[in-house]
Ligand binder design. Structure first.
Ligand code: FMN
Length: 399
């Protein structure tokens, strides 16, 4: 078995960018440096999540600076016509030699309404399925149009398509652009199993994540489909366990009590406050009590499973339970072992991040890559001289 390792590519950046004083002023040149580093280090791809920078623009601007790196671009259905998106994807793939992946995201009601997408949560998934089916048809070269409940596209005239200014590029990736995505709600899972190639979830402990993936796989099997599975983790990997936890402790020391309180409030069940909240899990309760008493827990108090840490991150400080900010912390051997445990529980893609993004991308490539079997479709370069090289998969350039 082998895994794919992706890195994160979005501003903001800095040593602890969830606090204003830990955040750098970044610009396009900085984004480009992260992309170039990820490419040269041999990451399979980069995740471009929703952010102030439109991911379609960022990925297109970085084609020329990179050679092998795939761009996993977050895309909300309905922001653009599926035909426009398909034409954009065909052009991107033509220019990048087939390096586009989409992360099918379905966002939240308020955010989407501001982009002109007004379907409520559950209906959004019905719309999304139609939208991406229309996209897939257009990307694959179907000119017959689309007549759905939500999406209506007129056929393209064969005459116009033959004109030098009227034709579209042929698809580079077959059978189409790989669609990655998430959705934990009932409609989200139903949508995922029909549409996605790679089902993503924020991380939990390996057994709990495995349980979630097995449920989704069982739903997919009911309609004769098989998905692969991926997760998202922050990472602190060092030569020794002590160094890794010392860094985790340092991140905690740089995090304000107010950041912790705000993060908890975001995670609280509706109607509860930090003062009223009670957890049946004694570890969570102890950590909440510490914050109520005016101090942050110690780093190891937030370790909920070997090397799985609920420390502060740009994506949340998930003291009440694993969510978007969950970390892997440990020595390279420990983290590699944990990744293998996630892999045994069905996870084959890991979208990682650590801050600052370029420094930590180097650490992961240097310390962790040599310990893993990587399925990136190309020979992953070695940073360390004399590092034992495990067997690799055959070298395949993207289509
Ligand atoms: C790894 C990962 C990355 C995500 N990235 C984004 C993103 O960039 N933008 C966004 O709006 N939602 C993002 N989401 C959220 C999902 O699109 C979806 O809204 C969420 O999983 C909730 O779905 P549900 O309401 O069906 O449970 C991401 C989810 C995961 C697991």
């Amino acid at each position: 078995m082998a895994v794919k390792i992706l890195w994160y590519l979005t501003t903001p950046d800095g040593p602890y960018p969830w606090e204003p004083e830990g955040r750098w002023a970044t610009d396009f040149e900085h984004l480009k440096q992260i992309a170039v580093a990820s490419d040269r280090l041999g990451y399979y791809g980069s995740l471009l999540g929703s952010s102030p920078n439109e991911s379609l623009a960022v990925s297109a601007a970085l084609i020329d600076a990179t050679k092998r790196l795939r761009f996993l671009v977050a895309q909300h259905p309905g922001e653009l016509s599926p035909a426009v998106l398909a034409k954009w994807a065909l052009t991107f793939d033509q220019f990048s030699n087939g390096r586009l992946l989409f992360n099918v995201v379905n966002g939240n009601d308020a955010g989407l309404a501001t982009l002109g997408v007004h379907y409520p949560h559950d209906e959004r998934y019905d719309f999304s399925l139609e939208y991406w089916r229309a996209f897939q048809g257009f990307y694959a070269g179907d000119t017959s149009g689309f007549d759905g409940q939500y999406v209506k596209l007129a056929p393209r005239s064969p005459g116009a398509a033959r004109h030098p200014l009227g034709g579209w590029h042929p698809p580079k990736q077959k059978p189409g652009i790989p669609l990655w995505g998430a959705g934990t709600s009932g409609p989200g899972v139903a949508h995922s199993v029909q549409l996605l190639d790679v089902y993503l979830s924020f991380a939990n402990t390996p057994p709990k994540l495995g349980e979630k993936f097995r449920k989704v796989a069982a739903e997919a099997a009911k309609i004769g489909r098989e998905l692969t599975f991926g997760t998202r983790l922050q990472i602190i990997v060092r030569e020794t366990e002590e160094e890794a936890w010392a860094h985790a402790e340092k991140l905690l020391q740089r995090t304000s009590l107010q950041t912790a309180r705000t993060a908890i409030e975001r995670q609280l069940p509706a109607g509860q406050t930090l003062e009223s909240f009670h957890s049946d899990d004694p570890q969570i309760q102890r950590n909440v009590d510490a914050i109520r008493a005016g101090h942050l827990p110690k780093a190891r108090d937030l370790e909920i499973y070997p090397n799985v840490w609920l420390g502060p991150s740009l994506f949340g400080f998930n003291i009440l339970g694993p969510a978007a900010g969950t970390y892997l912390v440990g020595s390279a051997e420990q983290v590699a072992e944990r990744i293998r445990e996630y892999e045994a529980q069905g996870t084959s893609a890991f979208i990682l991040s650590g801050f600052p993004l370029i420094d930590e991308a180097h650490r992961v490539a240097d310390l962790l890559f040599p310990l893993l079997e990587l399925d990136h479709g190309f020979e992953v370069p070695r940073l360390g001289v004399g590092t034992p090289v495990p067997p690799r998969v055959a070298t395949v350039e993207p289509a």
